[in-house]
Design a protein around this ligand. Structure first.
Ligand code: UN1
Length: 506
């Protein structure tokens, strides 16, 4: 299957945008498709000076939106979900064009948007506060959750649509407007996704500025980070980015929700079902060309199974169809750009110096056909110890395979990296599974049994500990980050007893 030409990809983008009612933009900042490495579109960029106006408009929208009853806000999100379902194919095409995701994963990303909308619609009738027994007679003690304010969302290239929607669907039912600064690498997906929401807002008579998008560079993101009118800044990206953003927002007493890097491992015990384990590993490690924050980057396998696992994984890796992500049958698309390929090559070279051996992969493919695109064979490196390079996150399909002898040692290896996003254990031994899930087990925000590290459902809270940033978004009670809590004491006693028995009678 030949890699599509620039004209073919541009036509696909134009057609998809056209059906979504988005005029193809034109401007000075060109953007390439990872599919062939050639220019896909050129766009105008917002400048940092415009951010103040955008945030002010968002604050105006907030004053109107917070008055709309939460279930009515949910009705807006319900309509948005219908529009996303209607345009699923076109949105998925844009994700494939801009990120290089295979069609099934690109569709999955849009499905994830629809799912979080469904969740948010239900949530719109469940923004529960608690009541507590008061220690004083004739008093009521309770808490109320109120809309917070403007939510700034900075999203990464690898989930250009879903991560914004996790934030947006939940923020909207919580009564908050959203200002979105997407990755520079995925502007068309962003414009298209925002257009679907804009249509729903218009149809429901909601303020248009409840959702705004800033296509621009790092200066625009920084202006959003520093703007005192942004109550919550939700940022997804590298730990380096989070280290810069976190203290800046904290310095103005804003809230952050950080979703940063991961160096996710699976522990494979001697009792694991290797057929199931293999499938779990291959999807999590090589799927999305290794470019999910939940991608499996380490397998820590019991010494009794490590050789067999290595051979079987190598066989599966060598059968992976690599190429045009939109062609039938492809399982591994391109890396996002040259820097990702260089990073992978650098990590393999370092791992070799640190005692590792390449079991399979690492080579570039389709270079003649698409010299500016970066298709690579997913790689496995066998290494005896968790050397410095293994403890780093390399955002590419590079899997380290390490042996262990005792289960406790495996858990310690799982935890001995700076990140704490996702982890798995593959085992048939319930005690090992429970230990991995226990307080002495994995220190990650996501801890799985007999399933890979990636591909989480939206119903759970998504995020991780340590250098992953500590944020939680998507399902469960992650909505609380988007609201402010008021504790209310109501006195209907006609007396004024003070708490803690304090006497203050004048
Ligand atoms: C990300 O890579 O930033 O769990 C998000 C997963 C997806 C989300 C990944 N549902 O792999």
């Amino acid at each position: 299957m030949p890699i599509p030409s620039r004209d073919e990809l541009t036509a696909l983008a134009h057609d998809a945008l056209g059906r979504l009612g988005v005029t193809a933009p034109s401007g000075d900042h060109s953007q390439s498709s990872p599919v062939n490495g050639e220019v896909l579109s050129s766009l105008p960029y917002a400048d940092a000076a415009s951010v103040d106006d955008v945030v002010q408009r968002s604050q105006d929208a907030f004053r109107q939106w917070r008055k709309v009853p939460a279930p009515a806000r949910g009705a807006l999100v319900k309509r948005w979900a219908e529009l996303l379902a209607e345009h699923k194919e076109d949105l998925a095409t844009l994700v494939s064009l801009e990120v290089g995701k295979i069609t099934s994963e690109a569709r999955g990303e849009i499905q994830e948007m629809i799912d979080i909308c469904d969740f948010a619609v239900g949530l719109s009738r469940q923004l529960y506060g608690r009541t507590m027994p008061s220690e004083r007679p004739g008093h009521r003690l309770m808490e109320t959750w109120h809309p917070l304010g403007v939510v700034g969302v900075i999203s990464a290239f690898n989930f250009p649509a879903a991560v914004w929607s996790w934030n947006t669907a939940v923020a909207l039912v919580c009564g908050d407007p959203v200002v979105w600064k997407p990755s520079e690498l995925t502007p068309l997906t962003s414009l298209a996704c925002a257009a679907t929401l804009q249509q729903a807002l218009e149809e429901q008579g909601a303020p248009a500025d409840v959702s705004q998008v800033l296509i621009g560079g790092a200066d625009v993101g920084e202006a959003l980070v520093d703007h005192p009118g942004v109550a919550l800044l939700s940022a997804t990206g590298s730990t380096r980015m989070g280290r810069a953003v976190g203290p800046r927002v904290a310095g103005r007493f804003g809230r952050t929700l950080l979703e940063l890097g991961g160096n996710n491992a699976a522990v494979v015990t001697g009792s694991a079902d290797l057929d199931l384990t293999m499938r779990g590993i291959v999807f999590s490690a090589a799927g999305t060309a290794g470019q999910r924050c939940t991608t499996m980057r380490r397998v820590i396998a019991h010494r009794s199974v490590v050789d067999e696992l290595s051979d079987r994984l190598a066989g599966a890796y060598e059968r992976l169809p690599i190429g045009d992500p939109m062609a039938d049958g492809t399982l591994v698309g391109p890396l996002i750009r040259r820097a990702a390929y260089d990073g992978m090559q650098g990590a393999i070279a370092r791992a070799t110096e640190e005692g590792g051996k390449v079991v399979t992969g690492g080579g570039r493919v389709l270079e003649d056909e698409a010299p500016d695109a970066f298709y690579v064979q997913p790689a496995i490196v066998r290494i005896e110890t968790q050397s410095p390079v293994v403890a780093q996150e390399t955002f590419a399909p590079l899997l380290y395979l390490l042996p262990y002898d005792d289960f406790e040692e495996a858990v310690a290896l799982n935890n001995a990296v700076p990140h704490g996003l996702s982890s798995s254990v593959f085992t048939s031994d319930q005690a090992e599974a429970e230990l991995f899930l226990s307080d002495e087990g994995s220190d990650c925000g996501i801890v799985n049994v007999n399933i890979g590290t990636s591909g989480a459902e939206i119903g759970g809270a998504f995020g991780g500990e340590k250098e992953t940033g500590g944020g939680r978004e998507s399902g469960s009670d992650a909505w609380r980050a988007y609201m402010r809590r008021a504790t209310n004491t109501v006195n209907f006693s006609g007396e004024l007893p003070l708490a803690q028995g304090v006497d203050f009678t004048v």
